[in-house]
Write a protein that binds this ligand. Structure first.
Ligand code: AMP
Ligand code: MN
Ligand code: MN
Ligand code: MN
Length: 290
């Protein structure tokens, strides 16, 4: 219902509930696109972006469900990016899912995941955990889209750890035995794909990257200089202090502000769909011209 969209971040009466970051079974989420959208509608989300990792294949199903549920779906994806020695995530919001440049780019990213997953399996085998690649494959729910989350679920099922977050802490995070370096797409290339597809490029959960103050300022300046549109100031990955910090960064760097739960499914996410706080006053939201 574009006519009723509030253009202000703070308008108390007309304020819509936005959740611009979520995952389905088309990447590493636990709910189908249909079930995810239905859940968002039940939770009074007005505008939901489906942003599966390196994948657009859930959008048709999600759009159909959004039509049935009376909520607005934003076509999105979360792109895996290599910047210096850091892996970053860039959200593409309001992309055209039929854009061939974007489709081909994401296909290449997904193909890269397959070889990387075999190397993760080899690394875990060397650390005394055999069969992890085949084990992770059993948790894959979308063709060619294998992620560390699927390895985490295998490690939980096999009793190596109790929860998925422990799988990252002990095995899958940088510096741990099951971590392997990987070259994703470059930052300018990712932003370009999103723009060619008519979308906005938003740096996801910036507080999650292991960067000091100077490193973060360099990243934000570079992201802005290559045409990045916004940063996810409010994220379930952030502390309240980080939310405040990135609100300030958005203003200083002239970037728009986004907000997303990064919901992955029941039992695997701290924050449910639509449960982010409102954007603070004086912040220019990424949806201001939607
Ligand atoms: P990948 O893109 O294959 O490297 O997998 C990244 C995904 O792993 C993220 O999107 C999260 O869903 C998940 N992830 C990363 N770090 C953690 C963590 N510390 N705890 C739980 N899940 C995590
Ligand atoms: Mn994920
Ligand atoms: Mn992410
Ligand atoms: Mn995500």
């Amino acid at each position: 219902m574009p006519g009723t969209v509030c253009r202000s971040a703070t308008c108390p009466h007309l304020m819509l509930r936005y959740d611009l970051h979520s995952h389905s079974t088309r990447s590493d989420g636990l709910l189908s696109p249909h079930a995810l959208v239905r859940r968002a509608a039940r939770r009074a989300v007005d505008v939901l972006a489906l942003t599966d990792h390196d994948n657009l294949s859930g959008l048709d199903e999600a759009r159909e469900a959004a039509r049935e549920s009376g909520i607005r779906l934003i076509d999105g994806a979360e792109l895996s990016v290599s910047w210096r020695d850091v892996t970053l995530h860039v959200l593409g919001l309001r992309v055209d899912p039929s854009c061939s440049r974007l489709v081909e780019g994401l296909t290449a990213l997904r193909d890269g995941r397959s070889g990387r997953a075999q190397r993760i399996g080899d690394a875990l085998a060397a650390a005394g955990i055999p069969g992890a690649y085949q084990g992770a494959l059993k948790f894959v729910t979308s063709e060619n889209l294998i992620s560390r989350t699927h390895f985490a679920r295998f490690l939980v099922e096999s009793g190596y750890v109790r929860e998925t977050r422990d799988a990252f802490k002990h095995y899958l995070a940088p510096g741990k035995p099951g971590y392997v370096a990987h070259d994703w797409v470059t930052l300018p290339q990712a932003v370009d794909w999103v723009h060619v597809a008519g979308g906005q490029a938003v740096l996801a959960h910036p507080g999650r990257y292991k960067l000091n103050g100077e490193g973060m300022r360099k990243l934000l300046a570079e992201f802005r200089d290559v045409g990045g549109d916004g940063i996810e100031v409010l994220s379930s990955s952030h502390t309240a202090a980080q939310n405040d910090q990135f609100v300030r960064h958005a203003r200083v760097f002239g970037l728009l502000a986004s907000s997303g739960s990064d919901y992955h499914g029941p039992g695997e996410s701290w924050v449910d769909l639509g449960d982010m706080p409102p954007l603070p006053a004086g912040t220019a939201p990424v949806w201001k011209d939607w």
